[in-house]
Design a protein around this ligand. Structure first.
Ligand SMILES: Nc1ncnc2c1ncn2[C@@H]1O[C@H](COP(=O)(O)OP(=O)(O)OP(=O)(O)O)[C@@H](O)[C@H]1O
Length: 363
């Protein structure tokens, strides 16, 4: 049963019946456009202080989700709680103070070209009617935070893309939001600038405890700074979890495909030779993560189970300080008798093992 409290604007706003203190909680959100289900029952939470990444391909429903979050779109059904308050059925007047709890960072920065950097940063406070001295003091503080103090009097046209995005981040923080919503904030930037902007977001998250919702179509962005990831496809959350666990063990095809570019894959030249049945070598894929990846897996395999094997491709990556490895081994026919033993040894050590097939000759 919903209780009611007075919102800042003075109108009744339903508070989360679950008594949740999550910054965002979406419950079974649905929104159709004709025959298209842009959101088809999305439920998720963003906890205070965490960085949640939402990833999906074009058309997955990310923009519709953002518009429901900031009240620009009304869901057909379901609930949107921001800091425990249900916002999806509020009018414009009631929405305004709640909307200020979300600071937005955009792909194309959306800075005002006729205003200086410091005036851009202070804009949300001007809209709130704060006095100029307070606005400028906050802009100075924020420009220092994002490393752009010397550009306070510059105009956006004189800034690089990365500097513009730093201004965008500073502006998003001006009104001390509960949530920073980053909508493809690094998609227009080169890889090095992307890394520096992501490092800045992570730094702000750690230093200020700021909650961040990252919307992206790039797994590399998720990998760099998110704590948790939710994968959206055709309006549904198809997978959700700690980033390193989703990297280590993706459950859905779409997640595997989004990871494709940054997780080791069997080189196409070898993959194209794979066949079922007999061959000179059997190719195994071994996925191992966390504790299981910390031990001397291959040397123990060699010492415990007789018969040769060869490392064909792969490596160990680190995601959220956890090792996440994928190795491709070739077992020559001479070692085929011990293949089952090798597989069960690896599985006992917590690895996932898949026989990909056989190749006619050494690859
Ligand atoms: N106003 C609208 N009218 C009709 N269809 C819409 C509308 N908004 C979104 N859609 C459809 O809903 C689906 C989800 O769209 P949405 O823009 O939310 O996806 P997205 O993940 O943000 O994609 P992109 O990354 O390309 O921006 C798509 O099939 C889209 O065509």
């Amino acid at each position: 049963m919903n209780q009611h409290v007075a919102a800042e604007a003075g109108d009744p706003v339903a508070i989360d019946p679950a008594g949740s203190i999550d910054v965002v909680r979406l419950v079974d959100l649905k929104r159709r456009f004709g025959a298209t289900a842009a959101l088809d029952g999305v439920s998720l939470t963003v906890k205070k202080g965490e960085i949640l990444g939402i990833i999906g391909r074009s058309g997955a429903g990310k923009s519709t989700l953002i518009r429901c979050l900031n009240g620009l779109e009304r869901p057909d059904s379901g609930e949107v709680f921001i800091e425990g308050r249900e916002i999806s059925r509020l009018g414009e007047r009631e929405l305004q103070p709640l909307r200020r709890r979300i600071g937005m960072v955009f792909q194309h920065f959306n800075l005002l070209s006729a205003k200086t950097v410091e005036d851009n940063v202070a804009l949300p406070l001007k809209i709130e009617g704060r006095p100029r001295a307070e606005r400028m003091a906050r802009a100075t503080e924020l420009l220092q935070l994002v490393g752009l103090s010397e550009k306070a009097k510059a105009y956006p046209a004189s800034l690089s893309g990365g500097q513009k995005q730093r201004v965008g981040i500073a502006r998003a923080l001006a009104a001390r939001p509960a949530l920073l919503l980053s909508d493809e904030a690094t998609s227009a930037l080169d890889p090095e600038t992307t890394r520096s902007i992501l490092a800045l977001l992570k730094d702000i998250n750690s230093r200020l405890g700021l909650t961040i919702l990252l919307i992206t179509h790039e797994m590399e962005v998720i990998r760099s700074i998110a704590d948790r990831v939710a994968v959206i496809d055709a309006g549904r959350i198809v997978e959700e979890g700690a980033v390193w666990q989703v990297f280590a063990n993706p459950k859905s095809e779409i997640t595997r495909s989004l990871l494709g570019g940054i997780r080791p894959q069997l080189p196409p030249g070898i993959a194209s030779q794979l066949a079922a049945g007999e061959g000179a070598e059997t190719i195994l894929r071994i996925d191992v993560a966390g504790e299981a990846a910390r031990g001397p897996l291959l040397s123990d395999l060699s010492a415990t189970v007789p018969g040769p094997f060869r490392l064909v491709h792969g490596g160990v990556d680190h995601v959220q300080q956890q090792p996440v490895g994928t190795l491709f081994l070739a077992i020559p026919r001479a070692g085929a008798a011990q293949l089952a033993q090798k597989i069960s040894f690896l599985k006992d050590r917590g690895a996932r093992v898949e026989v990909l097939g056989h190749v006619a000759g050494p690859v």
